[in-house]
Design a protein around this ligand. Sequence first.
Ligand code: ZN
Length: 420
Amino acid sequence: MYKCSLQSMTEKIQAFSKFGDTGRGGVTRYALSAEDIQARKEFTKRMEAIGAIIEVDDIANMYATLSGSNPEAKRIVMGSHTDSVKNGGNYDGILGVISAMEVLETVAAQKIPHKHPLTAMIWTNEEGSLYPPAMMASGIVCWDKLPATVKEKFKYDDMMRSKSRLNPSETFGEALERSGYQGDRTYRLDPERYKCMFEIHIEQGPILEDADKDIGVVRCVLGMFNYRFRFRGQAVHAGTFPMTKRKDALFAASQVICYLHEEIDKLGHPELVYTTGEIVCHPCIHTCVPDYVDFSIDVRHESAEVLEKVLSIVKECAKKDWAGCRCEVEKMWNRDTVYWDPELVGYVKKAAEESGVSHQMIHSGAGHDAQFVAYMMPSTMIFVQSKDGLSHCEQEYSSPEHCTSAATVLLNAVLKADKA
Ligand SMILES: [Zn+2]
């Protein structure tokens, strides 16, 4: 078993935390910002130092490749994203890039024999914090192979026109041009030149910490659906109109939210998660009974059958009046559960066992770039324990020991894939 270095991982985590440092323990590093470009330059400098060849595709995705004993063999790629949310942490995304770099550095330093070229990769704009949507670059690169419902959201021209949330006069396409990182389309990740992909990511949840496991061997990314509820009532004056005659759209919506919680919980699936995170209220003034409200519901579970049961509860709501208001439901989008390649999952599990890294099987509730890659080539993920399950915030933390254990498992899993 080969081992990655705690010292070298710790140093890299610290070095990359400077790019976009908020001064409060986290980073703001939007895709293609000056801070993101600093991180990309550091990646290039370090990867060139070990003899890796750098390629950049037309969406600014970066690939650093260390040749193998058979330079013609397909490449094995590892990576994640360098961009963050506003006031994000030092691990989400960047840990997958750092771990990939660590694997290449370890292979180079210890002259570990391998047949396939090994590639460390940076995905552009995974968070979509400045230029929505999330997972933009993997959506573009894997577009041909994506299911039709997902394709709709990632049309190339729409992506290039995506407006900056901070400066709506600038589009993603313009930011790409300005960045100096718009390379060649021929370098895009594709199954002709790449054999498989591994992505390390922080768990972003409390399951591994509660179970006292260093890493998670990820089986799948949960299927989900996203629906919108709309309520139409009557706007009247808050002081003059009797309660019994009102059609209050917000009161109706609140009844439905409570009803959904009661009915969905009755299904009795502890791994089922559902969220109302967005609500719109009109006219949203304290002197007026709301005449219009809509809200989102995001539902996630591995089993299509369970999701179907929740969906029938959702649809049932539209058949009734609530507090005198009409209720409509509309599907926004959905995606099926994506299972990781069983062979790669097996390599990760075996590598963890052989390296003495404590682990358990886990699913991913969040989306990641590797899930789009899975439609194109065998892919898998490794999760690292997150302190208190926190992410997308400055308190986000994974210990250097846990991060190094994950990198060690990645290295040995990649070497198994190399031999296969
Ligand atoms: Zn991420």
